[in-house]
Design a protein around this ligand. Structure first.
Ligand SMILES: [Fe+2]
Length: 304
């Protein structure tokens, strides 16, 4: 850190504040707003101004309504307390600042409690397009406007509840090897479902195909590609397909799934849980995403 001429503030992968929080084992933190540098605010301004016309063209109407009612600032990083002041009265959801990776069970459990783990750092102004990890632009501009919609919020809470069902199923399996295999498979199926809906979902609308997935909503290039490109296969969402379909995070998605509405999404989450109870998620196709030990243990330790 010594020798830097400019303070890194809250820039992704360069923030001493975040490093310290992680070293101290603090996952849930405050948003130290005064640490954002002029460069951090400028990165937000650029990202927001580039995406705005694309949201108007490609985002689903629920996102656009959410954006309007949150009054997100165009020219500076938002304060999460301000975001929550608009968000909470609508659906009970809150953006909850975190210092980094939230293990899978805790993440889903936050959703169940209407809390959204939210990254507070922002990408470097020179790398606006691709970022392997989430940042506050992805989390707040991409995800949070969706949380203002009551039907979408219910689907998200319902999905969070599935994590508890998964943990109970796993603890009911006596043999440790069988338990570990089944749970890994269930977590993989849940992660795939989340990826192809909440992160990269498309939805029909009266005016054509629209985006509701936050990975698309926060990407200047991919939001247009997802709707316009002939390289993308767009299929009505079929649960059997989604839970067995691997994905890679380092390039534009070649396959996307379409839902009719958020009621439809809600009913699909219900199906996912039913299949989980019937053991139909215990042996999904191997492959991405890799389920790590931390995620596995987060589920095993959940049921006391
Ligand atoms: Fe995300």
């Amino acid at each position: 850190m010594s020798g830097l001429t400019t303070h890194p503030g809250l820039t992704t992968t360069e923030s001493p504040f975040i490093e310290q929080a992680r070293q101290d084992g603090r996952l849930y933190i405050e948003q130290p707003y005064e640490l954002y540098t002029p460069e951090n605010h400028e990165a937000w301004r650029k990202l927001y101004s580039r995406l705005l016309p694309r949201w108007q063209r490609y985002a689903n109407p629920h996102f656009q309504e959410g954006l309007a009612c949150l009054s997100l600032p165009h020219d500076r990083v938002p304060r999460l307390a301000e975001v929550n002041r608009f968000l909470e009265p609508r659906t009970g959801f809150r953006a909850k600042p975190v210092s980094g990776y939230v293990p899978a069970f805790q993440f889903f459990d936050c959703l169940r409690n209407r809390e959204f783990p939210t990254t507070i750092t922002i990408r470097h102004g020179d790398h606006l397009d691709y970022l392997p990890e989430p940042d506050i632009f992805h989390d707040v501009a991409g995800h949070v406007p969706m949380h203002t919609d009551a039907n979408f919020a219910e689907a998200l809470v319902r999905f969070g509840e599935c994590a508890h069902t998964a943990a109970e199923i796993a603890t009911g399996i006596r043999d440790p090897q069988r338990r570990s295999h089944a749970l890994t498979s269930i977590i993989r199926a849940m992660a795939r479902f989340f990826w192809f809906t909440i992160e990269f979902g498309l939805m029909k609308s009266p005016t054509g195909m629209r985006v509701y997935g936050s990975g698309l909503l926060s990407s200047y290039g991919e939001i247009e590609h997802s709707i316009k490109s002939s390289d993308v296969q767009r299929s009505p969402l079929q649960l059997e397909w989604v839970i067995n379909q691997g994905f890679e995070i380092d390039h534009y998605q070649p396959l996307l799934f379409v839902v009719d509405s958020f009621d439809h999404l809600f009913s699909l989450v219900g199906c996912l849980e039913q299949w989980m109870k019937e053991g139909r998620l215990n042996h999904v196709a191997p492959g991405e995403p890799i389920v790590n030990e931390r995620d596995l243990n987060s589920f095993l330790q959940a049921v006391r």
